[in-house]
Design a protein around this ligand. Structure first.
Ligand code: NAG
Ligand code: NAG
Ligand code: NAG
Ligand code: NAG
Ligand code: NAG
Length: 515
């Protein structure tokens, strides 16, 4: 273990050059990137994504379900027995927690920990790192423990494949009393980062203010802070990735993330997509280019929460291998065509017999999709999302005055067996690389345990948010409503971080019943 870290240390002395190095490795793809996001032939910056944070936020009090509320008719017997079955199924496919750690020696005689999980041997020296994810807020966010700095300060982080910059709360921030924050004063490996006259990032001497950082999350909400550099540790401290950029938030204006369990966000898209001056290197890029993981894969295998309580979900993010524990069949691969995002082309998208979009796409029904673990639901171009919700029985579009987080609503019972016998909702289908991927109809509903207060929607009862909401016109954002039902693999394509070698892999799950 020591030897691995020593090697990592050598590489890390040149970390700031790594930032530049990674950028220089970016190739111009021969795929029609010109069509990607911008009309003028330039791959444009994924700025449009800024607004998705706003829409994925729900007010704190919304989670506290008012059981006495008139909205809930869900205690009837049929419904209860249906749920019973649901639970039995859910428990069926969970990861068997055979997890034993043992100490062994590596080839240099250093003690290393290896462990057995999911019937497979794992070893840090093999470069496979499992990050357990927890989900206690009705699939709104899965949180992963990540350590920062010397004697790693552990924070509950959102893994976001849709953005690049990692941020945490600083002690100076607004939410410091309510969230665990990162205290740079307690870390001897911490440095502020500055940018020199030619725009290159520099390690700053103590006492030098860090480079200013800010990020706007749609109208009204902006996070402000500064950039530092420190070590990140993943998977119960098994993998340390040294000297990476990290934004420390000092204030948030407008909007609020206080209601969320997250204590920060780990950016996992490409650093090249960062709008921060001096560039950015994500931990996934760094561990890949430095050879710290066996293979340059990140697998998301997320399990959903109990539909009734919104609690008990989990799963894991695995660096270094295709986590096939719950994989049913083979992974279907498609090229990641954007140098910034985990985005590619689907073949077609359908809802029952209705064609929503089809290769090569049109201006208002584009063929592009991106995998976004930072988005709770599907955010789709407006003509597509209107068609989908139209086909869900009993759907309703709330008007803006309702003050709801999302306009598209569906009956909370959508997808439940007794309900589907009458409703017969059509199947949503995303075809990628010739393979059809669907989601259980239950997951057409987001926050199924939280019916919308009827008073806000003209007295309509037992309505919930749809998992299909309006996103940018340019691309279909495939969020957690899809990801939690599949095995999703992001592949950097090797240590060189060559854009044209990047791939997205999708697979079906053994523990999910799609029909
Ligand atoms: C880093 O920069 C911030 C903001 O400019 C400043 O408050 C802090 O004291 C600096 N930290 C160090 C270690 O120099
Ligand atoms: C922090 O928590 C306290 C009480 O627990 C609450 O009054 C306050 O509003 C919270 N602050 C923020 C920024 O959410
Ligand atoms: C998976 O791929 C292997 C090798 O290409 C093939 O033999 C097998 O039939 C595939 N399995 C499925 C379920 O498609
Ligand atoms: C995929 O789904 C489409 C649309 O529902 C259907 O026409 C096609 O036959 C399916 N393909 C496969 C291989 O199942
Ligand atoms: C990675 O880059 C190095 C240096 O440019 C080159 O020698 C090597 O062949 C590349 N490897 C791959 C797999 O492209």
């Amino acid at each position: 273990m020591k030897s691995t870290f020593a090697l990592a240390g050598l590489a890390a002395t040149a970390t700031l050059t790594t930032v530049v190095y990674a950028k220089q490795q970016l190739e111009v793809s021969h795929e029609p990137l010109s069509g990607f996001f911008a009309a003028d032939g330039t791959p444009s910056h994924p700025k449009f994504l800024a607004s998705r944070w706003e829409t994925s936020e729900l007010p704190l009090d919304f989670r506290k379900r008012d059981i006495s509320g008139a909205g809930s008719k869900r205690s009837d017997k049929a419904c209860r027995s249906e749920r019973g079955k649901q639970h039995a199924k859910d428990h069926h496919g969970q990861f068997k927690d055979r997890h034993s750690i043992r100490e062994t020696l590596d080839h240099l005689g250093n003690t290393v920990s290896s462990w057995i999980e999911g019937g497979k041997m794992h070893d840090h020296s093999m470069g496979i790192v499992i990050n357990k994810a927890t989900d206690n807020s009705a699939d709104n966010e899965w949180l992963v423990n990540v350590g920062f700095g010397t004697r790693a300060q552990k924070l509950k982080m959102v893994f976001d494949s849709g953005s690049s910059d990692t941020w945490v709360y600083s002690p100076a921030c607004c939410y410091a009393n309510n969230h665990t924050f990162f205290d740079p004063a307690r870390s001897s490996t911490y440095h502020n980062r500055t940018v020199d006259a030619s725009g290159n990032p520099q390690v700053a001497a103590a006492g030098t203010p860090g480079q200013a950082w800010s990020y706007s999350y749609g109208s009204g909400s902006t996070s402000n802070g500064y950039v530092g550099i420190d070590d990140f540790t993943f998977g119960q401290q098994r993998l340390k990735v040294e000297q990476l950029p990290l934004a420390l938030i000092t204030s948030i204006t407008g909007g609020s993330r206080a209601s969320r369990g997250m204590e920060g966000l780990v950016g996992l898209s490409s650093g090249s997509g960062s709008s921060t001056q001096g560039g950015w290197t994500t931990p996934f890029e760094a561990m890949s280019s430095r050879g710290q993981i066996a293979e340059t894969y990140l697998t998301a295998t997320l399990r959903k929460a109990d539909r009734n309580t919104g609690k008990g979900g989990g799963g894991r993010y695995t660096f270094g291998e295709i986590d096939d524990e719950l994989l049913d069949g083979n992974i279907t691969w498609t090229r990641a065509l954007s140098p910034y995002l985990w985005a590619g082309y689907f073949d077609q998208m359908t809802m029952g017999d209705t064609l929503l979009a089809k290769a090569p796409g049109t201006a208002d029904r584009p063929q592009r999709f991106m995998i976004d673990t930072g988005s709770a639901v599907f955010y789709l171009p407006s003509p597509i999302v209107a068609d989908i919700n139209n086909q869900i029985k009993g759907s309703y579009v709330a008007d803006q005055s309702s003050g709801l987080a999302f306009p598209y609503l569906v009956p909370c019972d959508t997808g439940l067996k007794h309900y589907e016998r009458k409703a017969k909702n059509p199947t949503f289908n995303l075809q990628v690389g010739g393979t059809n991927f669907t989601i259980p109809k239950e997951d057409y509903v987001f926050y199924a345990n939280e019916p919308i207060p009827p008073a806000t929607i003209g007295g309509r009862k037992n309505m919930c948010y749809s998992a299909f909401q309006t996103g940018p016109a340019q691309i279909s954002i495939i969020g957690l409503s899809f990801i939690k039902n599949h095995v999703v693999v992001l592949d950097q394509g090797g240590r060189n971080l060559t854009v044209s070698a990047r791939r997205i892999g999708l697979g079906q799950r053994k523990d999910v019943r799609y029909e």
